[in-house]
Design a protein around this ligand. Structure first.
Ligand code: CUA
Length: 163
């Protein structure tokens, strides 16, 4: 069969594009998919409430003023269910699951991560304004999935409280 030169070039180009696409899917599936988007820090799911990184869950401010929030998700609750953070400062959320896959989405923001058992999901977000945000689980995790919620209360920066 006689295939013209240009046609042959386009056939190889199309095959190369398909190979690249399949490669991207394979890498994202096998190298990235089954862990949180942040990093590959592991934790024993059955032991999270005894693990020093999460016991007790809550808000921690270190000597340097860095704010860290440690949250444990389990069927069907967030620990803690009420999270108080200051406005105008970066807040690092460290989130893990004690049982199945959950989601951690702070409404009204783009803060959102999958929470996989066995891993610690982490992201940093700065709340510009004081206020209240609903936190929802956005991965179906069982019969009580729709009841799983918490809130983030963003307080005025230190020094302005109580004015
Ligand atoms: Cu937890 Cu849905």
């Amino acid at each position: 069969m006689n295939v013209g030169l240009y046609e042959r070039i386009w056939m190889w180009a199309a095959a190369a594009i398909i190979a690249v696409f399949v490669g991207v899917i394979a890498v994202s599936t096998f190298a990235y998919a089954v862990r949180p988007p942040s990093h590959a820090e592991t934790i024993a799911p059955a032991q999270v409430l005894a693990d020093p990184r999460f016991s007790p869950p809550g808000v921690v401010v270190d000597a340097g003023g860095n704010v860290e929030v440690h949250v444990v998700l389990l069927m069907f609750a967030f620990l803690p269910a009420e999270i108080r953070v200051p406005a105008g400062r970066p807040v690092t959320f460290r989130v893990t699951s004690a049982d199945v896959t959950h989601g951690f989405q702070i409404s009204g923001t783009n803060a959102n991560t999958m929470v996989l058992p066995g891993y610690v999901s982490q992201f940093t977000y700065t709340f510009e304004h004081p206020g209240e945000h609903l936190v929802v689980c956005n991965e179906y995790c069982g019969l009580g999935h729709h009841t799983m919620q918490a809130k983030v209360i963003v307080e005025p920066p230190a020094g302005e409280a109580g004015r």
